[in-house]
Design a protein around this ligand. Sequence first.
Ligand SMILES: *[C@@H]1O[C@H](CO)[C@@H](O)[C@H](O)[C@H]1NC(C)=O
Ligand SMILES: *[C@@H]1O[C@H](CO)[C@@H](O)[C@H](O)[C@H]1NC(C)=O
Length: 539
Amino acid sequence: MGKTALLPLACAILAFWSVYLVKAEDAYKYFTWTVTYGTASPLGVPQQVILVNGQFPGPRLDLVTNDNVVLNLINKLDQPFLLTWNGIKQRKNSWQDGVLGTNCPVPPNSNYTYKFQTKDQIGSYTYFPSTLMHKAAGGFGALNVYARSVIPVPYAKPAGDFSLLIGDWYKTSHKALQQILDSGKALPFPSGILTNGLTQSSFSADQGKTYMFRVSNVGLSTSFNFRIQGHKMKLVEVEGSHVIQNIYDSLDVHVGQSMSVLVTLDQPPKDYYIVASTRFTKTVLTTTAVLHYTNSQTPVSGPVPAGPTYEIHWSIRQARTYRWNLTSNAARPNPQGSFHYGKITPSRTIVLVNSAPIINGKQRFAVNGISHTNADTPLKLADYFNIPGVFSLNSIESAPSGRSPYLSTSVLSTSLHEFIEVVFQNNENAMQSWHVDGYDFWVVGFGSGQWTQDSRKKYNLVDALTRHTTQVYPNSWTAILVSLDNQGMWNMRSAMWERQYLGQQFYLRVYNPVPSLANEYDIPSNVLLCGKAVGRHHP
Ligand SMILES: *[C@@H]1O[C@H](CO)[C@@H](O)[C@H](O)[C@H]1NC(C)=O
Ligand SMILES: *[C@@H]1O[C@H](CO)[C@@H](O)[C@H](O)[C@H]1NC(C)=O
C-alpha cells in the first residue's frame, strides 16, 4: 500500500477513536422512575406522600459531568405531573426543563422520557415536582453531578458522601394545601422540618476521616440554619461554584438552594447532633439528625447547639463570604476566574419587585404587578408552532410601572448573548428566594432598602460566585448578573412554593430570530402535546 492509500485508513481510525472517545466521555445513563402515592408518618401521623420507585424522598440521582440522562417518568398519580431538575441548566434544551411553560404535564397512567445532558456541570442539586402542590408531598430527591476523572476538584476525595434534603413540612396533604391556596388564603405555618423525609435520620462515619455533606433546602417556604454539634464545616461548593474554602460553625440555606461542605470527624467517639432550625420565623422549628461515629457507644447528649434565629445582618454578612476561588476550576479545565464577568457592561437592567396583592378578593403573589397564570399550552410549544393567543412578548415590564396588579401569562423577551443585570427588590417584610432555570448567575450584591444606581458601587465585580437560586432579604435588594448564553424559554420563579403557585413567576424568553441547531436543539421526537398544540405535527 502506498502513502495515499494509507491516508483514508488513518482518517477512518482517527474518526473511530474520536467517536469512541466522545462516547467514553459522555456516558448514557438510563432510568425508569414510577411515581405513585404512598403512606408515611414523618411527623407521627400517617399521611399521603409521593413516592418515586417506592421511595420517599425519591432516589438519589448520581451523575457525572456531561452524562446523557434518559429517564422515563411514569405517572401513576391521579393528577398530571412533571419533575424539574433544579440547577441542571438544560443547555440548548429548555424542552426538558419540566415546568408548565416548557412541557405538557404527564397525564395520569402515562409516561414521558426526559433526555438531557449534565453539560459542563458539577455539584449538588435536587429534583422536585413542579406541578400543583406536589412538592409538599415529596417526589423530590438529590441530584449529584460528580467531576469527570480528567478534571481535578479543589479538595481531596472525601471518605464518603451524604445528601441531606432538609425542608419544612406540613401534616396536611398536598391537595388540602392546594385547596387553601385556591380559596385565596395563604398557607399556615409549617408543622415541622424533615431531614431526608424523617425526624430521626442518622449518618454513620469513621472517626478521623473527612466526609462531604451535600445540604439542600427542599422546603416550601422557610430558610434554615444548619450545624453539626462540635464540628466545623468547610464550604467547598455552592450550586456548581467552587468557593474559597472558609470554615463555618453554621450555614444558612434558603429555599431551593444547595451547598456542599466537608466535615472531619475529629472529635471523641460519640454521637453528635446535626441540627436545622428555621430562620426569620416567629416560632422557631428545629429538627435534629445524628452524626454517628462508627466507633461510638454513646448516644447524642448535651444541649442541641443553638444557631441564629432572626439575625438578618448575620445572614447577609455570611452570604458575602461566599466567593469564587478564581484559580480553581469547576466542571471544565479552565479556572473559574478566567471569565471576567465584572468587566462586561450589562446591556440592560431589569428590576423585579415582588408583592403580595389581593386580586379578585384572593391572595395572590406578583412580580412587577403581574401575577402569572399558566396558559393551557406550554409557551415553548406555542413559540415553536407559532400558536397565537397563548402569550404576548413583554407582557411583563422590565421595571414596575405602578399599575394595579393583575393576572396574566408573563413573558419577558431578551436576546441570545445579552449580558443583563437583574435587581430583585423585596419591599415586603418576608424573606424571598429567586430561582432562574437554564442558568447560573453571579450574585454581585445584597443591600438593604431601595436599590439605586449608586448601589452598584458596592457590587463584587471580582469574585462573586455563580448559583441558580438567591435569597432576597426583607426590605432589601439582591443584584445578579446573567450571561444569556442559553437559548430557550426559561422559568424565573420564587422558590417559595405558595408564591410560585399563586403567580410569583414568569418566563424569560432568550431568543435568536435565526433558528440554528447550534443554539438550540430541535423539538424532541417524543414531545407531549396538549392545549392548543394538540394535533400539531412534530418530527
Ligand atoms: C413511554 O415509554 C416508552 C417505553 O416504555 C417509550 O418508548 C416512549 O417514548 C415513552 N413516551 C414518551 C412520550 O416519552
Ligand atoms: C483555590 O483553588 C486552588 C486550586 O484548586 C487551591 O489550590 C487553593 O487552595 C484554593 N484556595 C482556597 C482559599 O480555597
